[in-house]
Design a protein around this ligand. Structure first.
Ligand code: NAD
Length: 505
């Protein structure tokens, strides 16, 4: 049996165990592949069209939005239970389809479970404010009502967690969801949709509260342009967001954008270098540099730069690269050949700018041999300054290192990129840490101290500024994006006083 046959049959077994039909070995639908070996897993089934899914979702919304929120939470509770039960199967499928190492595939499913826990609690905590009014005998308050149909468009690199961040909050909020996953990761989407259908069934909900639309970007565009979609929550490249935002704005819809990042760490003279090296390596090479929060730029004080780079080079030299399904692997594949082209082009550009590749950058054979998946050695590149290549997001494991002498300059370099997702500072100096977190510090949506930029927990709001799109998902009060606010004034007196001292008649 070839490695491909093994992966294809394993995928079929996993889909069955998750309650979904296996892919067809020879079908009319498009073939889908695994980045582990680069070969076909099977052919995709046909799903409902975007337009038909929105029709069904809009009809379901009228009923679903009237179900009390704590009752809506029951679907999310069932989903969380199913995910607990099927964590290892779904995690393995994430590894097969997205190329994440086993631990990260499982971690992604754990994140889904965590947001379900959060959502169940939230279903009893959708709260509005009561606000003092200037008029006697009056009361003013805010309520949060269900919004409508939510389109969730997702990227390949978090093929299941991002759906859950959106869908759990949307369901609790009383919305219905239509999901267009990445064309590179449809299999995990099929599995998750099967779990979501089962969760609804167990909760006694006989409505299409979540639906799946498979397809290329045209399917996403159909959702973007559909006036019946109240909110388009889109995760992916800044290029995609640049196309989506004006189209949704033209019809006065809402967007929630989670786009590219170009995340940096500032390493100060007082940094604990043992901890810093560990934090940097996890953030820069984890998921083979294909996280939106991957560390791409290190801005290092000149007094510690040589030692840090030497230690990083030593750590990089020992990184196990290979099949993400092997429990010893730490660096799995790039998603496809295009990702390798972008990786190699960025390294060439960095060299042309005077950069020196200290370690890595080579292509290596994966488990499928040279014709199989795309595997590279993560690279560390010392740059003379922050040139154009550093200001772009290249979705692969390249860490650029520049030096600084003054923290103010380091923060200026840090912020001098178009993206604004995540950031960190490594220091044991309280003043430096607080300055980085202050309004004149990092301009990102996420700013950390003594941990890398990756590793979000669902309790906090997730998202970033500038070309990252400005959206916030997951914890804190991100749920408000999925609801509409009404401000209510109630007069319980027998007078009719007007506000602002206005008299009328
Ligand atoms: P991508 O932009 O190529 O595709 C993302 C999704 O958008 C896919 O489902 C795709 O079909 C769809 N799409 C593309 N163009 C569209 C259009 N014009 N209209 C509607 N839908 C369209 O991104 P990718 O390569 O899958 O993912 C990598 C990118 O995603 C990186 O830039 C990464 O930083 C970003 N990302 C961001 C976050 C975040 O939370 N900020 C999370 C994960 C990934």
């Amino acid at each position: 049996m070839t490695a491909t046959a093994t992966l294809a049959s394993r995928t079929a077994d996993l889909l069955r165990s998750l309650g979904a039909a296996p892919l067809e070995a020879d079908g009319d639908g498009p073939a889908t592949r695994s980045p582990v070996t680069g070969e076909t897993l099977g052919h995709l089934p046909t799903t409902v069209s975007a337009a038909d899914a929105v029709t069904a979702a809009a009809a379901a919304f009228t009923e679903w939005s009237s179900v009390p929120a704590p009752v809506r939470g029951a679907v999310v509770r069932e989903l969380g239970e199913l995910l607990r039960e099927h964590k290892s199967a779904l995690g393995e499928l994430v590894s097969i389809e997205a190329g994440k190492i086993v631990s990260e595939g499982l971690g992604e499913v754990q994140e889904m479970i965590d947001i379900c826990d959060f959502g169940v609690g939230l279903s009893r905590q959708l709260h509005g404010a009561t606000i003092a009014t200037e008029r006697p005998g009056h009361r003013m308050m805010e309520q949060w009502h269900p919004l409508g149909v939510v389109a969730v468009i997702t990227a390949f690199n978090f093929p299941v967690a991002v759906w859950s961040w959106n869908t759990v909050l949307a369901l609790v909020a009383g919305d219905t969801v239509v999901w267009k996953p990445s064309e590179k990761t449809p299999v995990t989407a099929i599995a998750v949709q099967a779990l979501a259908d089962e969760a609804a069934r167990r909760a006694g909900v006989d409505l299409p509260v979540t639906q799946l639309v498979l397809g290329e970007r045209e399917a996403g565009e159909a959702l973007v342009d559909d006036p019946r979609v109240a909110l388009v929550s889109a995760t992916g490249s800044t290029r995609m967001g640049r196309e989506v935002a004006p189209r949704v704005a033209a019809r006065f819809g809402r967007v929630l954008l989670e786009l590219g990042g170009n995340n940096a760490a500032i390493v100060c003279p007082s940094a604990d270098l043992d901890l810093t090296v560990r934090g940097i390596v996890f953030s820069a090479v984890g998921t083979a540099g294909q996280r939106c929060t991957s560390l791409r730029r290190a801005i290092v004080h000149e007094s510690v730069a040589d030692e840090l780079v030497d230690r990083l080079a030593a750590a990089y030299a020992t990184l196990p690269i290979g099949s993400p399904l092997d429990p010893d692997t730490l660096v799995g594949p790039l998603i496809d050949e295009d990702a390798y082209t972008a990786f190699a082009a960025a390294l060439d550009e960095a060299r042309a700018d005077g950069g020196v590749v200290v370690t890595g950058g080579e292509r290596v054979d994966g488990p499928g041999g040279s014709a199989g998946g795309v595997y590279v050695r993560p690279a560390v590149v010392r740059m003379p300054s922050q040139t154009a290549v550093m200001r772009r997001e290249t979705f692969g494991p390249i860490l650029y290192v520049v030096t600084y002498t003054d923290l103010g300059d380091a923060i200026a370099v840090h912020n001098d990129v178009p993206q604004g997702l995540s950031s960190s500072i490594f220091t044991t100096n309280l003043r430096e840490a607080e300055r980085f977190l202050s309004p004149s510090g990092s301009d990102c949506g996420i700013a950390n101290v003594n941990i890398g930029p990756s590793g979000a927990e669902i309790g906090g709001a997730f998202g970033g500024e500038k070309e990252t799109g400005g959206g916030r998902e997951s914890g804190s009060d991100a749920w408000k994006a999925y609801m509409r606010r009404t401000t209510n004034t109630v007069n319980y007196s027998s007078e009719l006083p007007l506000a602002q001292g206005v008299t009328f008649g």
